[in-house]
Design a protein around this ligand. Structure first.
Ligand SMILES: Cc1cc2nc3c(=O)[nH]c(=O)nc-3n(C[C@H](O)[C@H](O)[C@H](O)COP(=O)(O)O)c2cc1C
Length: 320
């Protein structure tokens, strides 16, 4: 598909490690996400045959095509893994994104993720190698800059465009800021002015006004929803319909979606069931009894414990 068409005014589920399992991604797609991203996957992990990395690449029929995000710092390893992904998944993939924005010590501390913003020469070699290795669109996601006050996003985007990437995704926080404070939205306009390829905006997308601002004021081609989708996959239909970001979702609907997520994950990856603790806490955040639900979910071990909890929530036990 033409890249401009792929991204035109789309609302995407942003990559989120530890959050975007295939069931959650499928649910978000059903509620209107135009595309969802995988969790970031280690290229080196794939090269070493890590089961955990391979698991992150499970693709449900209902979420095809998927955007897969890789991270790493070795151009050859990244290019080879991208090539193998394309060979294996073909048109089940919409694009391959390279993570150059993750600021955590585990990633950036090893010279991967956002650390590549401090080494644009290596970042360029990585992007060129991956672009050469595949015919799928290659994109790159990065931050406003690494250090506070030193905005490098526009030059970084120009480097990426020259390296042949199909689009850039920009998160308007400094890497050192992690996820705190507010994202700078105007960086999107500055990046747009610097390149001709599509620009995807990330950072604090919660309401239709946020989407409109990025698309209309800053000229973004698409927006990504990250924390706004946690426990709230309904946000995609709300954003696309231009409604408020927190539509009134009934308790029954929340329980039904939480149960679908729980049972789907239990079937696919029973050993990852503990991830449902945070998801269930998010699905019921802000409703009466939410604090007690959060406490209770931390005691859940087996599928039956989670199902019992959902039954109790549905019966109104936490509401009294
Ligand atoms: C729990 C969590 C995990 C994340 N994992 C990734 C990731 O794997 N790759 C990535 O590029 N960004 C990741 N991000 C960043 C988001 O994609 C997004 O750029 C950022 O959260 C800003 O959007 P927001 O303000 O709407 O949350 C993650 C964010 C969160 C909160």
């Amino acid at each position: 598909m033409n890249n401009k068409l792929l991204f035109m005014s789309s609302v995407l589920l942003a990559p989120m490690a530890g959050v975007n399992d295939p069931v959650f991604r499928r649910i978000c797609r059903r509620f209107g996400a135009d595309l969802s991203y995988s969790e970031m996957v280690s290229a080196l992990g794939l090269a070493y045959g890590s089961a955990r990395s391979a698991e992150l690449l499970y693709i449900d029929d209902m979420e095809k095509p998927l955007a897969v995000q890789l991270f790493g710092k070795d151009p050859q390893v990244l290019a080879e893994q991208a090539r193998l992904l394309e060979e294996h998944y073909g048109s089940d993939l919409a694009l391959i994104d390279i993570n150059m924005g993750c600021p955590t010590r585990k990633i950036a501390g090893k010279g991967e993720g956002a650390a590549l913003m401090r080494d644009p020469a290596l970042a360029e070699r990585i992007l060129r190698s991956v672009v050469e290795a595949v015919s799928l669109p290659v994109t790159v996601k990065f931050r406003r800059g690494y250090d506070a006050g030193q905005e490098t996003a526009a030059q970084f985007a120009q480097m990426a465009e020259a390296a042949g990437v199909a689009a850039v995704a920009v998160h308007g926080r400094w890497a050192v800021q992690l996820y705190s404070g507010q994202a700078d939205r105007q960086v999107i306009g500055r990046v747009k002015a610097a390149v001709g390829i599509p620009v995807i905006a990330s950072g604090d997308v919660y309401t239709p006004a946020d989407v409109r601002f990025y698309l209309q004021e800053e000229g973004a081609d698409a927006v990504m929803v990250a924390r706004g989708a946690q426990g709230n996959p309904w946000i995609f239909s709300a954003l696309k319909a231009g409604l408020g970001a927190t539509p009134q979702i009934t308790l029954t609907e929340r329980v039904a979606v939480a149960r679908e997520h729980l049972c789907g994950l239990s079937e696919l990856f029973p050993h990852r069931l503990a991830a449902m603790r945070k998801h269930i806490a998010w699905y019921f955040k802000g409703i009466p009894g939410a604090v007690a639900i959060r406490q209770q979910v931390n005691n859940c071990l087996q599928l039956a414990d989670y199902l019992q909890l959902l039954d109790d929530i549905q019966s109104g036990r936490f509401n009294r």
